[in-house]
Unconditional design. Structure first.
Length: 401
C-alpha cells in the first residue's frame, strides 16, 4: 500500500439551517462548487487532472439529488473527465468520502482524488428522503429509536447529569468563539460569494456569545416527551433492563446545530503531488468503520477508534488532538471517559454544538479543523471520529509530514 497524502482541506462557513440563514439562498450545488474551485485555485492543478470526486451527502433528494458530486464537477473548473460519486453513510458521510479517496490513492488505482461533503439543511430538510430506519416495524423488531433518545441513554448509562452536558456545551461555545476571534479557522475558510463576486457569507453563523449554564438550564429536555409519552423509553429498557429510568438531559443548546455547508479535501500520491508542484500537509495513517449496537447507537466512535489505532499500530496516547463530532454533548463526553482523555485534547476549537453539523460535510470539515490545529500548535497526529445513525462509527488518523 502506498501512502495517501492530504494536500489541502477547505470548507465554507456554516450558515444557520433555516430560511433566515445566510446560505439559504445558495443552492447546495453552488456550495460544493465553491470548495472544489477553491482547492483548484489554491493548489494550481489544471483541468482534467483529478481522477475522481467523492462527496458525502445524506439527504439526496431535491436540490441534492441526481449525484450532486458529478453535477458539481461539471459546474466547476475541473473539466469533463473527472467523474463523481455521492455517498451516504449518514453523519459519517464526509469522512467516509475522504477515506474512500485515500483508499483509492493508497491502492494505486488513482493518483489525485477529492473527498468531501455537502448538506443544505435549510433547503433540503433532514429526513425528507424517508427511509425505513425509523419505520414502526424496525422500532419494534430492533429497538431503534431517534438519536436524541439514544443520546439521553448514553448520558444515563455514563452518569452524566444535565449540568454536566450543559457545562460541556458552554465550553464548546467558548472554544468556538475564541477560535473565531483568534482567526483559527481563517486558513481553510472559503467565503461564499454570488455570481457577481459579492460575499454572501464569510463567517460561521451559529455560535452564541454569552452562553452560560444558567441560560441553558432554562431549556426543556427535547426528547423527554418522545421517550416517556410515546413509549420509546420502554423500548430502550428492553435492550438495557438495568436502566430503571432514562435521564433526559439533551436539548437544542447541548446538541448539534442544524446548518448548511460544504467541505473538500485534496488527497493524492507522492508522485502526483510532485508532478503538480504541491507539498503534502499530512498523510492518512489509518481508517476504520464499524457497526455497533443500534439501540444506544451513538457509541460507535469508541470501537472505530480502537480499530483505527490497531490498524496504525498506535495507542490512544500517540494521538495529539481529537475531533469527536458533537452530535450530542454526551457523545464526546463518553469518548473522553472511555479512553480516560483530558478535554484539553478534544475539540480544541469547539464543535458542532457551537458551529453546527451539516450532515454530509461534517466529517471532512473536522479533518481540516484538526489539521489546522495540529499545524498551529506544532503537533503531529490527529484522530477524527463521528457517531453514525443506525449504530455505526467511523475514524481516521492523520499524521503531519
Amino acid at each position: 500500500m502506498a501512502d495517501a497524502f492530504i494536500y489541502d482541506a477547505v470548507r465554507t462557513p456554516r450558515g444557520k439551517g433555516k430560511d433566515s440563514g445566510g446560505l439559504y439562498t445558495v443552492k447546495p450545488l453552488d456550495l460544493l462548487v465553491t470548495v472544489l474551485d477553491a482547492l483548484q485555485e489554491r493548489n494550481g492543478f489544471g483541468k482534467n487532472v483529478i481522477d475522481d470526486v467523492v462527496i458525502g451527502c445524506v439527504t439526496q433528494v431535491s436540490d441534492q439529488g441526481a449525484c450532486i458530486a458529478r453535477t458539481a464537477v461539471l459546474q466547476s473548473g475541473y473539466g469533463d473527465t473527472p467523474p463523481g460519486q455521492t455517498v451516504n453513510r449518514f453523519c459519517g458521510s464526509g469522512l467516509e468520502a475522504v477515506n474512500q479517496a485515500a483508499a483509492l490513492v493508497a491502492s494505486g488505482y488513482q493518483d489525485l482524488v477529492v473527498g468531501g461533503g455537502v448538506e443544505s439543511m435549510s433547503r433540503v430538510k433532514m429526513g425528507s428522503d424517508g427511509g425505513a430506519l425509523f419505520d414502526p416495524e424496525m422500532v419494534q423488531n430492533r429497538g431503534i429509536v431517534p438519536q436524541g433518545v439514544s443520546a439521553d441513554l448514553v448520558a444515563t448509562t455514563r452518569g452524566f447529569s444535565r449540568e454536566d452536558v450543559d457545562k460541556f456545551a458552554v465550553a464548546s461555545q467558548d472554544r468556538a468563539i475564541a477560535a473565531i476571534d483568534g482567526g483559527k479557522f481563517a486558513k481553510s475558510l472559503i467565503p461564499v460569494r454570488d455570481q457577481s463576486g459579492i460575499t454572501i457569507l464569510a463567517h460561521d453563523e451559529l455560535p452564541r456569545r454569552g452562553t452560560t449554564v444558567e441560560k441553558l438550564s432554562g431549556l426543556n429536555p427535547a426528547f423527554q416527551m418522545m421517550g416517556e409519552m410515546y413509549g420509546l423509553d420502554a423500548v430502550l429498557r428492553k435492550a438495557y433492563p438495568a436502566v430503571d429510568k432514562v435521564n433526559h438531559v439533551h436539548h437544542a443548546g447541548n446538541s448539534s446545530g442544524i446548518v448548511d455547508g460544504a467541505a473538500a479535501v485534496l488527497v493524492g500520491s507522492k508522485d502526483a503531488g510532485a508532478r503538480h508542484g504541491m507539498k503534502p500537509r499530512a498523510r492518512v495513517r489509518s481508517v476504520a468503520i464499524v457497526g455497533d449496537e443500534p439501540v444506544i447507537m451513538l457509541t460507535g466512535p469508541m470501537p472505530a477508534t480502537e480499530k483505527a489505532l490497531a490498524k496504525a499500530g498506535m495507542n490512544i496516547r500517540d494521538i495529539d488532538l481529537f475531533e469527536v463530532n458533537e452530535a450530542f454533548a454526551a457523545v464526546p463526553m463518553a469518548f473522553a471517559k472511555h479512553f480516560d482523555l483530558s478535554m484539553d485534547r478534544i475539540n480544541v476549537n469547539g464543535g458542532a454544538i457551537a458551529l453546527g453539523h451539516p450532515l454530509g460535510a461534517t466529517g471532512a470539515m473536522l479533518l481540516g479543523t484538526v489539521l489546522d490545529a495540529l499545524e498551529e500548535r506544532d503537533l503531529n497526529t490527529g484522530l477524527i471520529t463521528l457517531c453514525i445513525g443506525g449504530g455505526m462509527g467511523i475514524a481516521t488518523i492523520i499524521e503531519r509530514v
